[in-house]
Ligand binder design. Structure first.
Ligand code: AMP
Ligand code: FES
Ligand code: ZN
Length: 303
């Protein structure tokens, strides 16, 4: 197979584009896909300061690398989750990348700064680990951005992630989630803008990008995620994609183009009805936000 652009021998095939690429053209292709996503969804304005949430995995490091190459003012944010045998190596990858590119990495550490780790937090809150983790991440990404004066938080969610989440939400017709599942969520009272610039790239592509760019990333998945529903949805979609390449992207972008608007008004109304948490000031539906409740419960059981 030859490279679609330069006709040199291809090193990677992207079946959904029915194309192969040589190493240089593939890197350029990834950059262009991100550039196009940033433009199409007006993700980052001129002069915006961006905080990229970096886990040390392939997606977020590829994202940070591409944003820097596109001359976006992008610092990194690493959140230490206190997961044994996983968090240490993920921090090492995030730090090594930051040093290599002379980029700034902001670090927040759950055990050090908030007195709990994900396994303990999940147990005391009687939540699944991924739920306690997702809640902590959403809250702390936004808080770090507000505190640091950033305009935007960017995460490394890719096409496989977004299609799998969409699939799960459609199977249950979770209309509240469907209204929020957009590649860009505008800023609103207490929230900075949130963007997902990798929605046009699959995880095989972000992995290949990192390998070709010599970026060292943590290959292991989080041990707490094993067997969760999300992975099951990914496998199901992969089986379909295998049979007919392009289905995943048609499913996700078809939703964005033709369906999502039906669900956004309700989600927007919900966001506008929020008030400030009595403890930390973050937007919430109740008196105290879910994050503060989690920290409080973890502290009380820890005594
Ligand atoms: P996940 O929730 O693990 O699928 O990760 C989705 C995105 O959240 C990643 O691409 C990162 O942008 C961000 N992320 C996940 N874990 C961390 C972490 N420990 N620190 C900072 N960002 C993270
Ligand atoms: Fe959050 Fe694993 S990364 S539970
Ligand atoms: Zn709070």
């Amino acid at each position: 197979m030859k490279c679609r652009r330069c006709r040199q021998p291809a090193v990677i095939e992207v079946r959904r584009h029915n194309a192969g690429f040589c190493a240089d053209c593939f890197v350029r292709h990834c950059r262009e896909q991100v550039r196009r996503t940033l433009d199409d969804y007006e993700m980052i304005g001129p002069g915006d300061r961006v905080l990229v949430a970096v886990s040390g995995g392939k997606d977020s490091l590829a994202l940070w690398d591409i944003l820097l190459d596109l001359d976006v003012r992008a610092d990194g944010l690493y959140l230490g989750l206190g997961i044994e045998g996983y968090s240490d190596s993920s921090a090492t990858c995030a730090r090594a990348f930051a040093t290599g590119r002379s980029a700034r990495l902001v670090e927040v550490d759950l055990p050090r700064d908030f007195g709990y780790d994900i396994p303990t937090g999940a147990r005391t809150a009687r939540r699944a680990p991924c739920s306690a983790c997702g809640l902590s991440k959403r809250h702390l990404f936004n808080r770090a951005a507000v505190d640091g004066g950033y305009d935007v938080v960017a995460t490394g969610h890719n096409l496989d992630d977004e299609a799998a989440v969409l699939f799960g939400n459609v199977l249950r017709w979770a209309s509240d989630y469907l209204g929020r599942q957009l590649p860009v969520l505008p800023a609103s009272d207490g929230f900075v803008r949130k963007v997902k610039p990798l929605v046009r790239l699959g995880e095989r592509e972000t992995a290949a990008y990192c390998v070709l760019r010599g970026i060292d990333y943590i290959v292991e998945e989080c041990p707490m995620a094993a067997g969760n529903k999300h992975l099951g949805y990914k496998e199901a979609l992969n089986a379909i994609e295998d049979q007919s390449p392009g289905t995943k992207s048609a499913f996700y972008f078809g939703f964005l183009d033709r369906v999502s608007a039906m669900f956004t008004p309700a989600a927007r109304a919900e966001r506008e009805g929020l008030r400030a948490c009595a403890h930390c000031g973050a937007p919430t539906t109740g008196e105290v936000c879910a994050f503060c409740k989690l920290v409080d419960r973890a502290a009380r059981t820890g005594d």
